[in-house]
Ligand binder design. Sequence first.
Ligand SMILES: *Cc1c(COP(=O)(O)O)cnc(C)c1O
Length: 227
Amino acid sequence: MTTDDTISADHQGLRAVKDKIAAAAKDVGRSPADIELIVVSKTFGPDEILPVLNAGQRHFGENRVQEAAGKWPALRDKFPDITLHLIGPLQSNKTKEAVTLFDAIHSIDRPKIAKAIAEEQAKLNKELQLFIQVNTGEEPQKAGVLPRDTAQFLDQCQNEFGLKITGLMCIPPVDEEPAVHFAFLAKLARELDLPGLSMGMSGDFEAAVELGATHVRVGSAIFGARV
Ligand SMILES: *Cc1c(COP(=O)(O)O)cnc(C)c1O
């Protein structure tokens, strides 16, 4: 090991987002420590990611298994304590690779995937942090279970497949007020007795924190725009 873990270089984008999370949390009487910042590094390479690692960040999110498999193993050799979150849709033929590489999956939305994750976890003797994605806007093109189907799907995940589900995740429709969806997801999670809430991106993470997010997924506010 080098002294990588003790290096704490500044990263302006990261610091700005952390400060805003802390301020939003304080506004509603929450502790910033209860909110996990997931830095979304999709489309960015080691040159952009390394400065964020050197600034002490350890939770990262990717939306494609293949892309993550191409860049994270080498970064993990240098920073073994990285936590990797899969935040994009998962195909069942990629489940083995996903469960091997990732520590958390935020996009569980159908029985086939839930069952495949349970089987791979058993084989690999590994337990990931798992979120059910809810299509709160009921958009036809969007992944996620419908709100009215969430209780039954959760029950199936827990009792048929034996999965431990941490919480719910949503991506609000682009043309709607995100706070409405965050409040809705928070209420649903409360009703289902789930502690985790993965919600909030670059444009709306402060609102998400105010409404109870435990995990925010922020990319472009830290790295700049994706090209
Ligand atoms: C890309 C992505 C994010 C981050 O988006 P930004 O607007 O860059 O912060 C968050 N969640 C999911 C599911 C994503 O695909």
